[in-house]
Design a protein around this ligand. Structure first.
Ligand code: LRH
Ligand code: MN
Ligand code: MN
Length: 403
């Protein structure tokens, strides 16, 4: 740590300790914080209008893990990588597990793909045609098998099913078909596995989606059983929805499975988390910080114009800072002010934490892990291009939506 950083850190610790905060305990929670990065975030992605693959993109799942290892080296808190099937399809998943382990990583959640096949035009697990439902269910079962092979305990479900026009299909029939298909998937889960049920307001279906909001996901999870939990993707809500309240409610029901972190301004933008609305992210973390254990925290982003590794590193830094600020909230004082009806007094405690510059604290926690004090600068100043990027000559495979 440089002398200036040391002074900044010492000053911050002094101020926080004077407020009665246990800085060592806060640093421990920051050190335990884990973020999963998505394999698809390292690969080529685009919009509906085009994609602009930069040089040095990974072209195999193994190379995507190499990039994830770079993010972990710089940040120290991203040891697991979510995979997406078939974008990460392999003959032998044991090889991917071994490769991950050789890099100090592990394979995280397995994400099935229920939208890429032409036969999914009218849906997957809720399709009116039993043969298509069979195809989709078998793909989910295959993903459970892959999860076993890579040592993962998380199976994600993002269901793109829905209808495009009123009258196209029966709401209730689709829902029942979905539950029937999912019961078979749920029954195949191992005892230690979780099914993470993601919801999304709209897209690709534009009239009605089967799992459009947290209520639909929660009802589905409750029908299935305790191993099914809701996954909150920050880009999948209507404008203005109070996500931090959803997070609190789901946790209270013991059904908060995890997150797909990103940020949006208009729709499912998949921008860098914390880049549009850092206060919302802080409020979400304020709910998370009150929980004894954190749920699965995964990034789900698409980097279209920015460098993918740099974008991923910045995302992790933003998440760390949001968590650090949330850990500064004086919970005892907050409860007192809430009970006393001190509306702005309570609000002020949140503002005070949010406005604190926690960078000296997160830098110190990272350095203690052997990671970078300033991971974004370290990546920019580093030799990743010479070591890795410039050696990649193969054409990049697709790895994301619109790619
Ligand atoms: C859908 C989604 C889902 C997919 C990912 C690539 O918009 O958020 O989680 O798996 O994008
Ligand atoms: Mn998602
Ligand atoms: Mn999405």
């Amino acid at each position: 740590m440089s002398d200036t950083s040391r002074t900044d850190y010492d000053r911050l610790v002094e101020r926080l300790s004077a407020r009665g905060l246990d800085v060592a305990a806060i640093e421990q929670r920051l050190a335990d914080h884990r973020i999963e990065t998505p394999s698809w975030g390292y690969a080529n992605a685009g919009t509906r209008f085009g994609s602009y693959p930069p040089a040095g993109l990974p072209s195999t799942p193994f190379e995507k893990f190499d990039d994830a290892a770079e993010v972990h080296r710089l940040t120290g808190i991203t040891p697991s990588v979510a995979i997406h099937i078939p974008w990460d399809q392999l003959e032998n998943y044991g090889e991917l597990k071994a490769h991950a382990e050789s890099l100090g990583l592990e394979v995280g959640t397995v994400n099935p793909n229920l939208f890429g096949d032409q036969r999914y035009k009218l849906g997957s697990l809720a399709n009116p045609d039993a043969a298509v439902r069979r195809l989709a269910t078998d793909h989910m079962l295959e993903c459970i098998e892959i999860a076993r092979e890579v040592g993962s305990t998380g199976l994600s479900l993002w269901l793109p099913d829905g209808t495009n026009y009123a009258g196209q299909d029966s709401f209730v029939a689709r829902r029942r078909r979905l539950h029937e298909s999912l019961s078979e998937v749920y029954a195949a889960l191992d005892a230690d596995m979780e099914l993470l049920v993601e919801y999304k307001l709209y897209e690709p279906a534009f009239y009605a989606s089967e799992l459009a909001d947290w209520g639909a996901s929660l009802l589905t999870c409750q029908k299935l059983g305790p191993k099914a939990k809701v996954l909150v993707d920050l880009g999948h809500h209507a404008q203005g929805v109070n996500i931090e309240q959803i997070v609190a409610f789901l946790d209270d029901e013991d059904r908060l499975g995890g997150f797909h972190f990103n940020n949006r301004k208009y729709g499912d933008d998949d921008l860098i988390v914390g880049s549009v609305n850092p206060f919302e992210l802080f409020l979400i973390y304020t709910e998370l910080a009150a929980m004894p254990t954190l749920p699965r925290l995964t990034i789900d982003q698409a980097f279209i114009v920015e460098h993918k590794i740099e974008g991923m590193v910045l995302s992790v830094v933003n998440l760390q800072e949001a968590f650090a600020k949330a850990l500064l909230v004086d919970r005892v004082a907050l409860a007192e002010r809430q009970a006393a009806g001190d509306v702005l007094g309570a609000h002020e405690l949140l503002l005070d934490a949010f406005r604190t510059d926690v960078r000296p604290l997160t830098a110190k926690v990272r350095e203690e892990k052997g990671a970078a004090a300033d991971p974004v600068a370290a990546f920019r100043d580093g030799d990743w291009w010479e070591r890795v990027g410039s050696r990649r000559t193969a054409a990049a495979t697709t790895g994301g939506l619109g790619a």
